[in-house]
Design a protein around this ligand. Sequence first.
Ligand SMILES: [Zn+2]
Length: 292
Amino acid sequence: MDTLSACPLCRGRWKSIPAPPVAIGQSVFSESFGLARCHTCNVRFVNPRPSAENLERFYNSDGYECHTVAKASDPRIRLDVVERLRRPSSLCDFGCGSGELLRAAQKRGWDVCGIEPGAPRKHLEFDIYPDSSKMGQQVDVVTMVHVLEHCPSPADTLSDLRKALKPNGLIYIEVPNVNSLRARLGGSFLKPLWTHDPERYLAFPIHLFYFHPSSLKKLLAAQGYKILEIGTMGMGVEELFTPKPQAVSRDDSSPVGSSGNGSRFQFAKNVVKRALYGSMLGENLYVVATVS
Ligand SMILES: [Zn+2]
């Protein structure tokens, strides 16, 4: 167990806040962990937190599959966001998992490679490196989809990745939004009535950080990145409309207005999506930044 004396993002002072009532990884972690909130950059982080050795044991354990839900949504959505800003020809996916995003990028004709800290557990058809220093070439785009919240030192990771980017290269980062509507409702007076898991702390304690839009902005600025676009996506919108969330698709991350079925439900859903994404209340927070 490691105890941090200052905020790992900005070195600011922090205060303890109530830890989530549930935690994952009980078979690997025997200690109980805490939660803190930085006074300066507003990030929430696990403190005390699991040691690096125990985190590695957890990730190498058979039961680890908490990423499958987050990564199951269509990777093309992320590539579309990038392509609105630049026409890249090469991409590196940090934390590439089973390679869905790399396959989607390759289909667009881009050169692709991946980074998997530690030993990759699955054999992939791509070049996979243990860290960015081993890449040997720079790329136009680095993607990190639901990865940064797992990094023990996000500042160091982002600093290293700058060197992996070509001049004017882009980094696409997506993390759970600690300030999402569902997270807010789950923590509000509605809690006794709100049957859907707010998901904010679903992966406590292996999600070491819980980012607010402002904390992510400050972190990137401190590491020399210039933000080009920030927004939210994904809402669990169906769950707001239907009484049985388990019976409907979870993949509601598609861009607003992309469906043409014209039903009143679809129209209402798109209105809600537009309002919530615009208010930065979507489930996932994404940012595209360039090296400045
Ligand atoms: Zn801080």
